[in-house]
Design a protein. Structure first.
Length: 282
């Protein structure tokens, strides 16, 4: 499929294993990487060095994932500048996608009304407009455990932000966890889809999330993203639906660490499955 390329998310390797992840991902034959905003801290003053490392590993930077701050609590002006700064890094590295998780509830300051989200949504809209000026598209990644975890809240948040500037990152795992009908939802919002994330999850792990951690470090637990083909999500249906709407661009493969398997093995296994069962590799 010449109009779709596979990228691998570097999140499982963590900050310390980031550079090592490039070797694993190259050996697994992916063409791109999506990474977290920590990459900007590491290479902001050495973008040229970072680009050289990518060339050495025959990889492209496709997107950077950020956001997910608590609301109320985050400084909106700082959030906007942080997003724009990431977009500058993306542009310097030849990438064009910024993925933002929605605001998370602050357990110490619960919202009284949905309209209390307006300031945060407005900030996301400002980020999206300013990154567009840099040639970078900002995508909202709905997520359970955030304020944007249902079709109603996705629509409301995007409308409050800027529906022309802020697009969507479609994640099959989120759709399954939120019990959103995958095919109909994607087709209904096809004009908003700017990026796709794909993962596999076992049905037993699609259970209600629990709040873990303490104080301001509390966050929602997440279902384990397993090796492709070992879970119960209909990956082929997800890919076919994307093709039906004429999607072209990157699909980012996501998985979590597993006991007894190296991250390199998981990267290769997911790529092999994508090639043999999803027809996603030329």
């Amino acid at each position: 499929m010449s109009d779709i390329d596979l990228a691998c998310h570097t999140a499982p390797w963590g900050k310390e294993g980031l550079i090592h992840s490039f070797s694993d991902i190259e050996r697994a034959r992916y063409r791109g990487i999506e990474t977290t905003a920590e990459i900007v801290e590491q290479f902001e003053d050495r973008v040229g060095v970072f680009n050289e490392i990518l060339v050495q590993h025959k990889l492209e930077l496709t997107a950077i994932t950020g956001g997910g701050s608590m609301w109320p609590g985050m400084n909106l002006d700082e959030e906007v500048e942080r997003g724009v700064n990431v977009a500058r890094f993306l542009k310097s590295a030849g990438a064009r996608l910024l993925v933002l998780y929605p605001p998370r509830p602050n357990p110490d300051s619960p919202l009284e009304d949905e309209m209390d989200l307006l300031p945060a949504a407005t900030a996301f809209g400002e980020i999206a407009r300013r990154t567009q000026e840099l040639g970078v598209q900002t995508c909202l990644h709905p997520e359970m455990g955030t304020y944007v975890d249902s079709p109603k809240m996705i629509q409301k948040f995007v409308q409050m932000a800027d529906p022309e500037a802020l697009k969507l990152c479609i994640d099959n795992g989120f759709l399954a966890e939120a019990k959103i009908p995958m095919e109909s939802y994607i087709k209904e919002h096809k004009k908003q889809v700017a990026l796709a994330h794909i993962k596999d999850i076992k049905s037993k792990d699609l259970k209600p999330r629990k709040l873990i951690g303490k104080g301001k470090h509390k966050e929602m637990s997440k279902p384990h993203a397993c090796e492709f083909g070992k879970g119960d999500l209909k990956l082929s249906d997800f890919v076919e639906t994307l093709l039906d709407i004429g999607y072209s661009g990157w699909i980012t493969v996501e998985f979590d660490a597993e006991k007894g398997k190296t991250l390199g093995h998981l990267a290769q296994a997911c790529h092999k499955y994508s090639e043999q069962h999803l027809d996603l590799v030329l």
